[in-house]
Design a binder for this molecule. Structure first.
Ligand SMILES: Cc1ncc(C[n+]2csc(CCOP(=O)(O)OP(=O)(O)O)c2C)c(N)n1
Ligand SMILES: [Mg+2]
Length: 368
């Protein structure tokens, strides 16, 4: 969708059909997320509004997506009984992940335009005021939940609060690059992108740790007019720390934000949910990333209290060269719905174990 530049067509077709639009993490920005029909990112790292809209739809249009396990909740949504129309440029994708009622082989932009023309010729879509108000209800309730989390004053700092503060400093020309693991979920779900276009980048499949800082070097070199913000876990930073020398050497306008939960958070969750134990081997000693940054020649700041975040972020983002913020975060926060569900379910039905976790099949796999 983003590669094809089909944002205008997507928004027009959604408007004509009164369709809710959810994006994958890779497709975030295909529609501005404050559009009344946008339900945000869909999937295991996604919004409750997107999950509900996807579950309640009669017809689902998969457009330019591989429909991988993340956005489809382990291929459980769309469910049997929901009609699927798929549009893709690659014939091998059509019907590959889900059986489809109809398929369109086309690039997204002309393909969506063609659907819009066909809809006009068929005398337009019926009045769907009820569905529009359902979408409004779902998005309002999602935003209310999210905003409570984003306003957290907790110490250690909630990652949700970090995303609220990043959203506040991110200008229209700035780019956020999230590393693999939970950082992709935090950026994808808790930052509301109010303009269409590619502003948030995540590694495909949220797979390879250490992606964000090297990616930022590429982005900042190609677009020096904007600030490039990296969001990475402490584990991910360990993979890419050597590149701090490169951003310093090149004097790039890169701000690195480390969500330092002193652990391989996703792995901790994986073991907790699937084996009923864990966090023996996943916890690190506290790495002082601000000191690491200074050793590489960048400005480095450690932030442990939420009310210091806005000022520290503004300083780090207005420096002409690179800077790093080491944010001490709460280790048991997660953007993954299945993790939260498993904890909630275990509170009523005993410890979380492989057999005991009702949503285990929908839990995202190791490494995303
Ligand atoms: C190169 C690489 N090695 C290992 C993994 C497996 N893996 C997935 S998530 C994760 C934990 C990452 O920890 P951190 O970067 O601190 O993020 P957190 O989950 O704590 O937010 C690991 C080791 C991976 N995805 N990529
Ligand atoms: Mg971590």
């Amino acid at each position: 969708m983003l590669h094809s530049g089909a944002g205008t067509e997507l928004t027009a077709l959604a408007g004509a059909l009164s369709a809710a639009v959810g994006t994958t993490l890779s497709g975030k920005g295909a529609i501005a997320e404050d559009h009344p029909l946008s339900v945000g990112v869909t999937g295991s790292m996604g919004t409750s509004a997107a999950a509900a809209a996807l579950a309640e739809a009669d017809v689902v249009l998969l457009a330019g997506t591989k429909a991988g396990s993340g956005p489809t909740f382990g291929w459980t949504l769309p469910a049997p009984g929901q009609a699927i129309v798929q549009l893709d440029l690659d014939p091998a994708e059509l019907g590959r992940a889900f059986p489809v009622a109809a398929a369109v082989l086309a690039d997204a932009r002309p393909g969506l335009r063609g659907l819009l023309t066909a809809l006009d010729e068929a005398a337009g879509a019926p009045d769907r005021a009820a569905w529009r108000s359902r979408i409004a209800e779902l998005t309002a309730s999602w935003r209310a939940e999210r905003d409570v989390e984003r306003a957290s004053d907790a110490v250690p700092i909630a990652p949700q609060r970090v995303l609220a503060e990043i959203e506040a400093v991110l200008g229209a020309d700035d780019i956020l690059i999230c590393d693999a693991s939970l950082s992709s979920g935090w950026g994808g779900v808790y930052l509301e992108q109010r303009r269409a276009g590619r502003q948030v980048l995540c590694p495909r499949g949220q797979a390879g740790l250490g992606y964000a800082l090297p990616a930022a070097i590429g982005v900042a070199t190609a677009r020096p007019e904007g600030r490039t913000v990296v969001l990475a876990g402490d584990g991910a930073m360990g993979y890419a720390a050597g590149e701090l020398a490169t951003v310093t050497e090149l004097g790039l306008p890169v701000t690195v934000v480390v969500l330092n939960n002193r652990s391989l958070g996703w792995i901790r969750w994986y073991r907790r949910i699937n084996f009923g134990r864990g966090w023996e081997g996943e916890d690190f000693s506290d790495v002082r990333f601000a000191d690491v940054a200074r050793a590489f020649g960048l400005a480095g700041m450690r932030v442990a209290e939420p009310d210091r975040l806005p000022g520290a972020l503004r300083t780090a983002c207005s420096a002409p060269g690179p800077a790093l913020l080491d944010v001490v975060t709460e280790p048991w926060q997660t953007p993954i719905t299945a993790h939260r569900d498993a904890v909630r379910d275990s509170a009523t039905s005993g410890p979380v174990t492989r057999r005991g976790a009702p949503r285990d099949s929908a839990a995202p796999g190791y490494g995303g």
